[in-house]
Design a protein. Structure first.
Length: 320
């Protein structure tokens, strides 16, 4: 079987049709069908059949779908490693949640990358629910964020930092003068100013919103968590903020902490990689480094990164 055949089959599985796969790969439908026909003959399996509701995969087809993604990811990783060997540089691809990327990643990446002259770090932001798949497909080397609900036996998950998230309002907000905690009904009536981590199901922010049952029409999503907190300073709503990131604003009186049920909320950040035999050496190095006191101080301090050592990924995205 060839990479072209595996890509055709993988795209068909991912998109649900030969037509969509052909458009995604910029080839003809006949080319995709030919690649799949070759796989069927070589493997002696129909792989899938067409039904009125879409494609129905055989057990062998489902197994191939999983293996194809891993094999293609391994091929891409091999090409990358060969190119790095020729250039004398290494590239560590790190996927993070939006919350970690904004508040803790800059200081960590600057300090870690500064330990080696030949290392570049590429950061991309993803839905934490996709972390295991990204690692298995070798699309990234490291994933950092909330601990997944289940961790595959082939992966290593390292907890390294706890943090606290609080609700804050500006000094002019009606709730700023409250001496006691706000009730659930009162919180549901507020406008909630939220960063991109509010979108999705995984992580501390979606968890708080679900527990408080905040209506969607009361949620305003900003491009960054900092933008949401800055808006809250004007007294226009309630924001969720990481405590260490707003400590100065609280001390200066620009923000007031709001008490209430489920608040403050406690979360943790975890580093996920493939097992030692599968993970690149730089990923294993970061896994060891992230638990050190120096790394913790860098994350909490939030120092900026050196532009020449940190490359945002071309595929940095925020999910919707």
């Amino acid at each position: 079987m060839t990479p072209a055949q595996l890509r055709a089959f993988s795209a068909t599985v991912r998109l649900g049709s030969v037509k969509a796969a052909a458009a995604d790969l910029a080839v003809t439908e006949a080319a995709v069908s030919l690649h799949i026909a070759h796989l069927r003959r070589e493997l002696g399996d129909k792989l899938f059949t067409r039904t009125g509701s879409g494609l129905a995969f055989t057990p062998g087809g489902l197994r191939l779908a999983s293996r194809a993604a891993q094999m293609l990811g391994l091929q891409d990783q091999t090409v990358l490693e060969v190119q790095q060997a020729g250039s004398g540089r290494r590239l560590l691809r790190v996927a993070t949640s939006s919350l970690f990327a904004e508040y803790a990643a800059p200081g960590l990446i600057e300090l870690f990358a500064g330990r080696a002259d030949d290392l570049d770090v590429e950061l991309s932001v993803h839905d934490p629910q996709r972390f295991p798949l990204l690692l298995l497909e070798r699309a990234v080397d490291v994933a950092i964020g909330p601990r997944p609900a289940t961790v595959d036996a082939s992966m290593s998950c390292t907890h390294f930092l706890n943090y606290q998230m609080i609700a804050v309002v500006g000094a002019t907000h009606p709730l700023a003068a409250r001496t006691g905690p706000a009730g659930v009904a009162e919180l549901r009536e507020q406008t909630w100013l939220l960063g991109p981590s509010a979108v999705g199901r995984a992580g501390i922010v979606p968890s708080v919103l679900r527990r408080l049952q905040i209506p969607e029409d009361r949620q305003r999503i900003f491009q960054s968590h900092t933008a949401a907190v800055d808006e809250a300073k004007h007294g226009t709503g309630v924001a969720l903020a990481v405590t260490f990131a707003v400590s100065k604003d609280l001390a200066d009186g620009d923000l007031r902490q709001l008490g209430g049920p489920q608040l403050p909320a406690r979360g943790s950040w975890n580093l996920l990689t493939l097992g030692d035999r599968e993970a690149p050496p730089a990923a294993a190095e970061l896994r060891r480094f992230v638990t050190t006191p120096r790394a913790t101080q860098a994350m909490l301090r939030g120092a900026g990164v050196t532009a020449g050592r940190f490359r945002p990924a071309i595929h940095v995205t925020l999910w919707s």
